[in-house]
Structures are given as structure tokens and as C-alpha cells.
Design a binder for this molecule. Structure first.
Ligand code: SF4
Length: 331
């Protein structure tokens, strides 16, 4: 599998994260006596992320992007492939061996309400990682939590409040503060603004960008919406049914997309000017089942330019311009 090398403005020679040929297959049983089928949720995904870089990972829901995020954190076990963090292979480390890496890798979830314990105060939630990793307790922990509240734009007076006493945007700030508590290198942001109003989305994305600038954080920013990742990403990888089908820097994705699926995702972004007639082709149909994905190019059942070859031969990622890789027979 082609390694998609991500080098952002702040990247160094050694990437923070290297994912190589990652696979996650889930067995599913249809009936008591039938042999299990396999859901090919992630089927050979490779990329790397440099220091201070954001890789946007985009695709419709069910394409496997959240599974990639969870596998990187070892919240689910990869079926195959490797994950290296700062040069160290963490793919098969035991729970105990993973402990120091859990500090380096954090996650922000889509739904800040269900990911925050309703019986804990916001201060306790943010301080929990510090206590779990025995990095601070008592007054020291409280002082660090207060600092984190300042950092994410929450008032220290709110440390004793419970999650239901915060707005959606504030709850996501609590989630961000919790993710920052251990000074991670990389944060997986899994649809972090999808549940928020559009005006609040911009505030949270700006906060994440400020934190990246000040702390040198790297992000894997997962979203079903290309418009959401546009502002924050240095580079973008587009996923379809478990595979990366295109990767390029942000400007190229938005001005010269190479894959028909990327073009279709772009056409789903509303045109802001109501006087302009939108003539772009819309994406037809739903994502096929990952249990029995279409043969050859998975996208051939929805692709407006598919040819006979697309049904039998899997296209591999190849470079069509410097820094732009596309998996399509016709590009
Ligand atoms: Fe479309 Fe064929 Fe390219 Fe797949 S390989 S995107 S089906 S033209």
C-alpha cells in the first residue's frame, strides 16, 4: 500500500504518527448456523502526520474513518498493519506497555454530552486523567484544571458545575480541556463539531487552531463534511468504503480534486450565493455495505464515469501531481 506522506507547515523529519496498511475487519454473523461475514471497515489505510500538522480525514458516514481513529488509539484492536507513534511501533503493545503512549494520544468525541460523566463536576472530569496517571492530586490537580479551563475559554467559577449546566459548545470545551490535560502530541478529533450549531462550530475550530499554534499539537480531524475540515486542515485524505481514494494538500483538494468521489463530496457543499445556479453533479445513492463491497473500484456503483475495468480491477493510489495521490483508473 502506498504510504501517503503528510508534511505540514510545522512538520519535522520524524512524523508524530505513521499508519501503514491498517486494516480493521469485524466478523458479523447473519444467522446461528451461518459462517460469519466480515465487515471490511478499514482495508489497508496508510498515512503519516507531522508535528503541528492537521490531516483532515473525510468521507460519508460508514466509510471507516472513525474506526481508523479508534484503532490508532488502540481503543479497538487493528486486524493488520502497523501504527507508529514518534517512531515506536505501538500496534501490539500490551495495556501496560501502552500506558505512556496513552498520554501522547488523546481523543475528542462528537457528542460532548454522552462522553462526559453526568455525575462528575466539570473540574473532576478534566482532572481525571491527571489522577488516573498519578501526575497530580489535591491542590496541584486543581491548579492544573483551573489553567486548562482558562486555556479553553471556560470560567474557573464553572469548575464545580455539572455537564448539564453547560451549553453544547462549552461541553465540547470541557472535552478539549480533558484531552489537553496530559500534554498529548496528537489528538484524534472525531467529528468534534458535528453536533454543534454552525456559529459554535467556528469557535471550536478556531480554539483547536489556537491550541495547535501555541502547543505544537498534531490533529487527525475526522469529519463527514469537507467544508468543516477546510479551515483547519493542512492536508486532506478522502476515504470511501475502508480505503483512502485521494490525498492532497487542502488547496488542491478544493481547486483541483482528482477523484470522482472527492468531486462529488465537493458538490455536496452548498453554494453560499443564492443567485448562482448550482449545476454541479450530486452524489447518487447510498454507501454500499462494507460486508460485500462492490468489486474492483468500490466507487464504481456510483461513479458517473465508470468503465468496464472499474468493476474488476482495484485502482491503487498513485501520484497524479506533486503531493496529490488518487486511486482511479482514469486519472
Ligand atoms: Fe470511477 Fe473507475 Fe475511477 Fe473508480 S476507478 S473512481 S469507478 S473511473
Amino acid at each position: 500500500m502506498t504510504d501517503v506522506n503528510m508534511q505540514g507547515a510545522g512538520s519535522t523529519a520524524q512524523p508524530v504518527l505513521v499508519v501503514d496498511a491498517l486494516k480493521k475487519h469485524f466478523p458479523v454473523r447473519r444467522g446461528f448456523l451461518s459462517a460469519p461475514d466480515l465487515v471490511l471497515a478499514v482495508d489497508g489505510v496508510s498515512f503519516s502526520i507531522g508535528l503541528g500538522e492537521t490531516l483532515g480525514l473525510v468521507g460519508e458516514s460508514g466509510c471507516g474513518k472513525s474506526t481508523v481513529g479508534r484503532a490508532i488509539l488502540r481503543l479497538i484492536e487493528p486486524t493488520d498493519g502497523s501504527i507508529r507513534v514518534a517512531g515506536q511501533d505501538i500496534t501490539t503493545l500490551s495495556n501496560r506497555e501502552m500506558r505512556p503512549f496513552r498520554r501522547e494520544l488523546q481523543i475528542i468525541f462528537q457528542d460532548p454530552f454522552s462522553s462526559l460523566n453526568p455525575r462528575m463536576t466539570a473540574g473532576d472530569i478534566v482532572g481525571e486523567p491527571l489522577r488516573t496517571h498519578r501526575l497530580a492530586s489535591g491542590k496541584a490537580c486543581e491548579a492544573r484544571v483551573a489553567q486548562l479551563f482558562d486555556r479553553v475559554g471556560l470560567s474557573r467559577a464553572q469548575m464545580g458545575n455539572y455537564p448539564h449546566q453547560f451549553s453544547g459548545g462549552q461541553r465540547q470545551r470541557i472535552g478539549i480541556a480533558r484531552a489537553l490535560a496530559l500534554n498529548p502530541k496528537l489528538i484524534v478529533c472525531d467529528e468534534p463539531v458535528s453536533a454543534l450549531d454552525v456559529s459554535i462550530q467556528a469557535q471550536v475550530i478556531n480554539l483547536l487552531m489556537d491550541l495547535q499554534r501555541d502547543l505544537g499539537l498534531s490533529y487527525l480531524f475526522i469529519s463527514h463534511n469537507l467544508a468543516v475540515v477546510e479551515h483547519i486542515s493542512h492536508r486532506i485524505a478522502v476515504m470511501y468504503l475502508g480505503r483512502i481514494v485521494e490525498t492532497a494538500d487542502k488547496a488542491t483538494i478544493f481547486t483541483k480534486p482528482g477523484h470522482p468521489y472527492t468531486e462529488a463530496l465537493l458538490s455536496a457543499i452548498p453554494v453560499p450565493d443564492p443567485t448562482i445556479r448550482d449545476t454541479r453533479p450530486a452524489l447518487q445513492g447510498d454507501v454500499p455495505s462494507p460486508v460485500h463491497p462492490p468489486s474492483g473500484c468500490h466507487f464504481h456503483t456510483r461513479c458517473p464515469i465508470a468503465v468496464a475495468r472499474c468493476r474488476v480491477e482495484t485502482p491503487l493510489l498513485h501520484e497524479i501531481a506533486p503531493g496529490q495521490q488518487v486511486a482511479c483508473h482514469l486519472r
